[in-house]
Design a protein around this ligand. Structure first.
Ligand code: NAP
Length: 314
């Protein structure tokens, strides 16, 4: 796969990234089975062998199991660590942490970020995280305190670059003003079922600041494929049947699957959206890479946008 730079950093990524959210086979560590872990490891290896060179993860994915699974693969596959970029995220604290009655919440305090990053490094079994992202905006975030935590992590050689996820553009600016280093990635949900980033300023800001937009759930968690194994509550209301006929028509004309069309649609945007492929099926992981070779015309692109909007352009 072709490679692109991540923001203004020296890190490069394959044109599609691989996401490890689902590799444990469950979101509950108590439900993870040896067979499920083995399948997750096969998925990660399939992605590496198919040419993906950026792997996305987070401390809360199956409460650390997804980072452990990637870490085990890195130990087993000789040379892999040096050929890939590792992205992981922190800043979310699940309910019950640390006291039993603590609510699920966000925590960008320096103490929490430093500790969370340390734990991620341990589970991944690496010395450095290539890009560390703040997972969801903390209502109490103090940009100066976050900047201080970032500086300490960078000075200690624990993180090379930083970014954010699910932020409003204004909060990205507030953090960037406080940070001595450039933010290099902004991970948000973007797909034919979720168009907000095109109009809420997120992609404009990525173009202005040369931040790489990373698209999570690029297939609307599978709704654009053959169905979702697991959806977030916020994704339950999607109505892909509204635009799937248009995707299918272009897929038939181009001789590819509709998932390839949906990924190519994201790749066409000039901000160089980096879709994070989330399937755990090796054959689907391989098939997704062919989207990088499909250059949709402007007419095809707009036909899909109009179908996804459910109304003509004004
Ligand atoms: N920053 C954030 O807040 C955030 C939130 C969510 C996700 N993420 C990141 O984004 C990544 C991708 O998210 P996602 O998993 O929801 O992405 P996705 O690619 O939209 O959805 C993948 C899901 O679709 C299913 N699927 C059904 N048919 C498919 C087909 N033909 N091709 C491919 N997949 C098909 C897959 O099932 P099978 O496995 O059975 O193929 C899998 O459950 C995650 O791994 C994570 O790294 C970030």
């Amino acid at each position: 796969m072709q490679a692109i730079p991540v923001g203004v950093s020296s890190i490069h990524s394959s044109r599609l990234a691989y996401g490890c959210w689902r590799v444990a086979g469950s979101w509950d560590p108590a439900e993870v089975t040896p067979a499920g872990r083995a399948a997750g490891k096969r998925a990660v290896i399939a992605a590496y062998e198919a040419g993906y060179t950026l792997f996305d993860n987070a401390d809360i994915y199956c409460r650390g199991e997804a980072e452990r699974i990637l870490g085990e693969v890195l130990k087993e596959v000789s040379g892999m660590r040096d050929r890939i970029a590792i992205v992981t995220k922190g800043g979310i604290r699940p309910a019950g942490d640390p006291e039993q009655d603590a609510p699920g919440r966000y925590d960008f305090s320096a103490a929490h970020l430093l500790q969370a990053c340390e734990q991620s490094l341990k589970r991944l079994g690496v010395e450095t995280i290539d890009v560390y992202l703040l997972h969801r905006p903390d209502y109490l975030a103090d940009p100066e305190e976050v900047a201080e935590a970032f500086s300490r992590l960078k000075a200690a050689g624990k993180v090379r670059h930083f970014g954010v996820s699910n932020f409003r553009p204004t909060l990205v600016t507030a953090l960037q003003v406080a940070c001595p280093m450039p933010l290099v990635a902004h991970q948000v949900e973007i797909s034919l079922a979720k168009l907000d980033a095109f109009t809420d300023g997120t992609l404009d800001q990525c173009l202005i600041e040369r931040i790489t937009p990373m698209a999570w759930s690029p297939l609307a968690a599978g709704r654009i494929g053959s169905g979702a194994t697991r959806l977030l509550p916020s994704q339950a209301g999607y109505r892909p049947e509204q635009f799937l006929p248009a995707v299918e028509a272009i897929a038939a004309a181009r001789g590819v699957s509709r998932t390839v069309v949906a990924l190519a649609w994201l790749l066409k945007h000039p901000s160089r959206i980096l879709p994070i492929v989330g399937t755990t099926k090796p054959e689907r992981i391989r098939e997704a890479t062919t989207a990088a070779e499909l250059d949709l015309t402007r007419e095809e692109w707009y036909r899909l946008l109009v179908a996804a909007r459910g109304e003509p352009m004004p």
